[in-house]
Design a protein around this ligand. Structure first.
Ligand SMILES: [Zn+2]
Length: 96
């Protein structure tokens, strides 16, 4: 299929960049797997396969992060935040 035929048929154009190919090569996975499975971690920038995790509050909507960042950064932050909120509640209670 030529470029013009493709455009007329309404098929999306291939969006594979040279960078994609290089990253797939570096990761040692076939390009197709890389494009289908891999996402870039929005915290450390590493590529990971699978669904990933919601990196809230370190993100904008739709971002995903890798297992490591979820365990090392996101979860500890959420626990700390929950503890701080509980402490604040206690302080408020003691003022009543
Ligand atoms: Zn990460």
């Amino acid at each position: 299929m030529t470029d013009i035929e493709r455009r007329l048929s309404g098929e999306p154009e291939e969006q594979v960049t040279k960078a994609d190919m290089e990253i797939a090569d570096t990761l040692g996975v076939p390009l197709e797997n890389f494009l289908n499975d891999f996402k870039k971690c929005s915290i450390c920038g590493k590529y990971f396969s699978g669904y990933g995790h919601n990196p809230f509050p370190f993100c904008s909507t739709g971002d995903r992060c890798c297992d490591e960042c979820n365990n090392d950064v996101v979860i500890p932050h959420r626990i700390r935040r929950a503890m701080q909120m509980r402490q604040q509640e206690r302080r408020m209670d003691s003022l009543k």
